[in-house]
Design a protein around this ligand. Structure first.
Ligand SMILES: [Zn+2]
Length: 299
């Protein structure tokens, strides 16, 4: 059973035609480096009917979906695989309402599963942005939509964005972080998690960046209504218009997950061939999360 590649939906359905084949796919890649029992850590066992692994040491039987983000998927693995396919291979994905209708699943179940996919799309923080990086803040929701720069409207959700550009000023990679305010304390995490200290960073003249100059190579220039940060503002525009297409309300509590999803696709736009498979692998490696954890953001 080979790794699925590409963006062709018909090939996808041909290669993964039903829940059983999808389970086989999951089992193959879950245990591709060998089996390790989740109960006793034993490594000896055998694959049983239904793609379950039987541990010889403690006789625990583990399913292909347990200890992964596919744990307790209510609507079958093929539909789950299809939702991951839509979320990774398209440029904008679809809303939970649209995907639910397409696959005959309730909007709520679709939404919960999509939150799990978004969990797998969170950055590993292992590959910070390098070279030329532009940073700016923006807001989502509320009135005055589209205005650039900082807003103090409390209904708006605030965010900070960092974009790595090639020397020809093309967008290479993007990270976005939801923030509570524009203080240095709130602006620091995107630097610590996503920007290499060697990067040449450009920001606007906002004083919140000042203290970060001690560690980072930051040049502050006038934004000139965004003209000096053209590519970055195109990305901001894209993320805002994408969020507007989502009919369900995106609360402040959950918005970070949508930012992660948006950045995940941009950062992998050069690897669309393998993006679906690699996301499945990420979902296999992550521990399961419950609906409660999703609602209360305990993950
Ligand atoms: Zn065991």
């Amino acid at each position: 059973m080979k790794q699925f590649e590409g963006k062709n939906m018909l090939n996808f359905v041909k290669e993964l035609p039903n829940d059983d084949v999808c389970k086989e796919y999951l089992a193959k890649y879950k245990w591709q480096d060998g089996f390790k029992c989740s109960k006793c850590e034993g490594t000896k066992g055998c694959l049983k009917k239904g793609f379950k692994y039987h541990c010889y040491n403690c006789h625990h039987v583990e399913s292909a979906t347990s200890n992964t983000l596919f744990h307790k998927v209510k609507f079958g693995l093929q539909k789950a695989f299809c939702i991951v396919f839509e979320m990774t291979t398209s440029s904008k994905s679809l809303s939970s309402t649209q995907l639910g209708a397409r696959y005959g699943i309730s909007q709520t179940s679709t939404w919960f599963f999509m939150q799990k996919v978004r969990k797998a799309m969170e950055s590993s923080k292992k590959y910070p942005l390098k070279d030329l990086v532009h940073v700016d803040e923006f807001t989502v929701g509320g009135k005055e939509e589209g205005k650039q720069g900082r807003s103090y409207n409390t209904k708006k959700k605030k965010a900070v964005i960092a974009v790595e550009l090639t020397n020809k000023h093309q967008v290479k990679r993007v990270y976005i972080k939801s923030i509570d305010d524009y203080s240095c304390k709130s602006l620091t995490p995107i630097f610590e998690e996503h920007i290499d200290t060697s990067a040449k960073v450009f920001t606007d003249k906002w004083r919140g960046y000042e203290p970060l100059k001690e560690i980072y190579n930051i040049t502050q220039i006038k934004s000139n209504n965004g003209k000096n940060f053209k590519k970055l503002h195109i990305i901001i525009h894209q993320v805002k218009s994408w969020l507007r297409t989502i009919p369900t309300h995106v609360s402040k509590q959950h918005i970070q997950k949508y930012f992660s999803e948006f950045s995940y696709r941009i950062n992998r736009s050069q690897s669309k061939k393998t993006i679906w498979h690699n996301t499945i692998i990420k979902m296999i490696k992550q521990n399961p999360i419950t609906q409660k954890q999703i609602i209360w953001k305990l993950n």
